[in-house]
Design a protein around this ligand. Structure first.
Ligand code: AP5
Ligand code: MG
Length: 229
């Protein structure tokens, strides 16, 4: 079984793209699926937050856009993601969470994948209604140490404010304030939703019921991946 594709064997051998609005569950599922298949979870949002935290030049450029719920300009995003997915640990596939978000980003990804060993794309489109997105985002808390994602309404930690796994402090993202959330949802509709059609036309997009409980969504993604081989 060593060469059989599947969890822990050949990884995913594809670029698995998680597409959907803020709060749809992309990060929650990307962490699970990446762990299950032993491949990197590549989140452009997490990468930007690390840069902001370090106060790097890239972080200083990205910060005002993130704080206002706008997209960081393509020229900043593209080099960062290209460099990340070209590293050797992505050779067995990877999960892209929050990238691409614009047509130029999607086109650039197609181009970069042409030179990578695992170049087939599969897009999971998370479908969740707006009221649920607002509730999820206002209730989200994230571990400052390991990045584990919680929710005060439906997935609270065992001890308030502390991560179950490593005891890290749970923090609220600065862009999870209601006024910024509305901006982020508007940005998704104006600039990212068109990618649903872009990928659907290519026959590589699957609609996912993102309203289902997290474990059900994970099982559904794993089933789709098993079938897609
Ligand atoms: P980014 O970090 O990508 O944020 P986002 O797309 O707004 O998505 P979120 O992380 O808010 O939501 P999610 O879908 O990951 O949901 P989660 O799993 O956490 O981007 C942040 C910013 O960076 C952008 O605004 C932009 O400025 C910049 N940026 C990033 N990438 C960029 C790019 N490519 N181009 C330009 N700019 C870019 O879940 C949310 C909550 O719901 C959690 O509390 C969770 O516990 C709960 N939950 C999850 N699943 C379920 C479920 N099935 N049922 C019930 N609750 C659930
Ligand atoms: Mg996320």
């Amino acid at each position: 079984m060593a060469d059989a594709p599947g969890p822990g064997a050949n990884g995913l051998c594809r670029a698995l793209i998680f597409l959907g609005p803020p709060g749809a569950g992309k990060g929650t599922q990307a962490r699970e699926i990446a762990k299950l298949y032993g491949v990197p979870h590549v989140s452009s949002g997490d990468m930007f937050r690390e840069h902001v935290e370090r106060d790097s030049p890239l972080g200083r450029r990205a910060k005002p856009f993130m704080e206002s719920g706008e997209l960081v300009p393509d020229e900043i995003v593209l080099g960062m993601v290209e460099e990340r997915i070209s590293r050797p640990d992505c050779a067995r596939g990877f999960v892209l969470d929050g990238f691409p978000r614009t047509l130029p980003q999607a086109q650039k990804l197609d181009e970069v994948l042409g030179s990578l060993p695992c170049r087939k794309e599969l897009v999971m489109h998370f479908v969740v209604d707006t009221a649920q997105l607002l509730r999820r985002l206002t209730g989200r808390r994230t571990c400052a140490v390991g990045g584990e994602i919680y929710n005060i309404y439906n997935h609270p930690p065992k001890s308030p404010g502390r991560c179950d796994h490593d005891g890290g402090e749970l923090i609220q993202r600065p862009d999870d304030r209601e006024e910024v959330i509305r901006g982020r949802l508007g940005t998704y509709e104006a600039r990212t939703r068109l990618l649903v059609d872009y990928y659907r036309r290519q026959g590589i997009l699957v609609d996912l019921d993102g309203m289902a409980p997290p474990a059900e969504v994970t099982a559904r993604i794993a089933a789709i991946l098993a079938q897609a081989r």
